[in-house]
Design a protein around this ligand. Structure first.
Ligand code: ZN
Length: 154
């Protein structure tokens, strides 16, 4: 059986919101990528409605690359408590937290969801900008920890 990193994490022990380095992969070519667990909500206590996750996915996709160099992908977790982000190279946790906070602060300024059309999106009817604003503000108010198990802010 394949070992899945996130299945090894004890979701009862984490304290959201947080950023966690979920893994570093080194290819024989020398290329390095990292995967980050961007946890917005406490697992098994709360979850974002699908429209909220979807709208935040669009807003993160369009803004996170201005904040963090080398972002390959940022995608929602199926449990709807956060996102995974894959980045080229090695990025300090503090830079990820800072970049994520900056994007979440921008959410309040949006009047429309970017790429909310049948052409650009796979389910353009399932969005919630008001919900995205509420959850973004909640995550900022709760503060994003630099450690998944202890509340650390520097
Ligand atoms: Zn979409």
């Amino acid at each position: 059986m394949a070992k899945v990193e996130s299945f090894e994490l004890d979701h009862n022990k984490v304290k959201a919101p947080y950023v966690r380095l979920a893994g570093t992969e080194k290819h024989e070519s020398g290329a390095v990528i990292q995967k980050f667990d961007l946890r917005f909500l406490q697992p098994n206590k709360d979850a974002m409605p699908t429209g909220v996750v979807h709208t935040l996915e669009h807003l993160l996709a369009i803004n996170i690359r201005d904040e963090i160099t080398g972002v390959i992908d940022i995608s929602p977790m199926g449990c709807r408590t956060g996102f995974y982000m894959i980045v080229w190279g090695e990025t300090p946790i503090a830079d990820v937290v800072n970049g994520l906070e900056n994007v979440l602060k921008k959410v309040a300024d949006y009047d429309d969801v970017p790429a909310m059309t049948a052409k650009a999106c796979g389910n353009y009817r399932d969005h919630s900008l008001i919900g995205a604003k509420i959850y973004a503000e909640q995550v900022l108010n709760d503060r994003i920890s630099h450690d998944p198990f202890e509340r650390v802010f520097e």
